[in-house]
Design a protein around this ligand. Structure first.
Ligand code: FAD
Ligand code: SF4
Ligand code: SF4
Ligand code: SF4
Length: 316
């Protein structure tokens, strides 16, 4: 089977999440990926790209294991200030690096002006640089190419990216050895970067270089400008900017991650954290001295449950 089959069944049909696995595994480096995978080299028809694609293989297995769930924010001033919510993801990554439990972290960097990009952060400064949510996707799996032999990495990603990584790890011991921790982000929907920023937001006369931060709160997409102004878009207005694959996605809380982090269910300035595995507990243990945490009551937790069910009912 050749790239043509993957192109027809997954990419052109709009199911591709842009995870980057197919491009990463191609032995002839024939696939390039920015917005979506394209054949830019010679395809030898080996079928490896198809075997690496969890969408093609129809791998939908989810798990709702939750060992612990609570809310927290970082005691590290810079992580709290630059973080999207409580700066928890940044704090977990810096703690893992400081305690020599990883050599690097795969993170997504961006500034709302240019398409988000992946970086293999090997220093605390590089991890801080990636703080905050970037709306748009980056093919995080492609960063595995940059790993040196025996390097241990923590990967951060949206639920679809975590699923793609679990699939790679299941089928190849090389990835199981190098990928030590998977940190997933809650995700209801993501956007096509160009359609959202270069199309819709620029179209409202907002200069992209004036944007400090974007966020979603209660169905409203908020654009915070450097001058202190806030511009809001109802999510219904942005339907045309949503990535096609998000309309078929049924995982809200990154069910296959070791730790999932999001904003819903906790107060502003806190992140909601779900620990899902023994690896997750290990990562949390080395990070907890840098976090202030509070428990969540059943009513708070039911907000996560509700969104999880909503996404499954809508998209299964
Ligand atoms: C596209 C998207 C949609 C989201 N939707 C929701 C939602 O509906 N409800 C909800 O509760 N939470 C959602 N989140 C999660 C939320 O925005 C925060 O990322 C989460 O609460 C962690 O905050 P933090 O302050 O602990 O993270 P920080 O300390 O700020 O760290 C953020 C980390 O996220 C990584 N990252 C940023 N952008 C991306 C990206 N595009 N792809 C992969 N990794 C990225 C960075 O590498 C960084 O390490 C979404 C996140 C993304 C990326
Ligand atoms: S050479 Fe193999 S992995 Fe690369 S595009 Fe062709 S079928 Fe896919
Ligand atoms: S979902 Fe991932 S592996 Fe499948 S075609 Fe898209 S980028 Fe390639
Ligand atoms: S909605 Fe699903 S497919 Fe879209 S970015 Fe989020 S996890 Fe990925």
């Amino acid at each position: 089977m050749s790239f043509e089959k993957l192109n027809e069944d997954v990419i052109e049909s709009g199911l591709c999440t842009g995870c980057g696995a197919c491009a990463y595994v191609c032995p002839t480096n024939a696939i390039s990926i920015t917005k979506k995978p394209r054949l830019t080299g010679r395809c030898e028809g080996c079928g490896t790209c198809i075997e690496s694609c969890y969408i093609f293989k129809g791998e939908t297995s989810n798990s709702l294991d939750r060992l612990k769930i609570f809310a927290a924010y970082s005691k590290i001033e810079e992580a709290k200030k630059k973080g999207q919510d409580g700066g928890v993801v940044t704090t977990i990554l810096t703690s893992l690096l400081n305690k020599d439990m990883i050599d690097c972290a795969a993170v997504v960097v961006g500034n709302n002006k240019d398409r988000p990009n992946v970086n293999l952060a090997r220093s605390i400064e590089e991890i801080f640089e990636a703080s905050g949510t970037k709306y748009g996707t980056a093919p995080i799996i492609s960063v595995l190419d940059e790993l040196d032999k025996n390097e241990r990495v923590a990967m951060v990603g949206t639920p679809c990216q975590i699923k793609a990584l679990r699939s790679l790890m299941k089928n190849n011991s090389k990835y199981r050895e190098s990928i030590k921790y998977l940190i997933g982000l809650f995700c209801m929907k993501n956007f096509d970067f160009n359609r959202l920023f270069k199309g819709k937001i620029s179209g409202e006369d907002i200069k992209l270089e004036d944007i400090e931060k974007c966020d979603i709160d209660k169905g409203v997409f908020q654009v915070f400008l450097i001058n202190g102004k806030k511009i809001e878009f109802n999510l219904n207005e942005l339907k045309g900017c949503v990535r096609n694959s998000c309309n078929y996605c049924s995982d809200f809380e990154a069910e296959l991650a070791d730790i999932s982090v999001g904003s819903v269910a906790s107060e502003g300035g806190y992140s909601t954290i779900i620990i899902r595995s023994s690896n997750g507990l290990e990562a949390f243990d080395v990070s907890k001295e840098s976090l202030n945490f509070v428990s969540l009551n059943q009513e708070d937790i039911s907000i996560v449950d509700k969104l999880t069910s909503l996404k499954k009912d809508d998209n299964v």
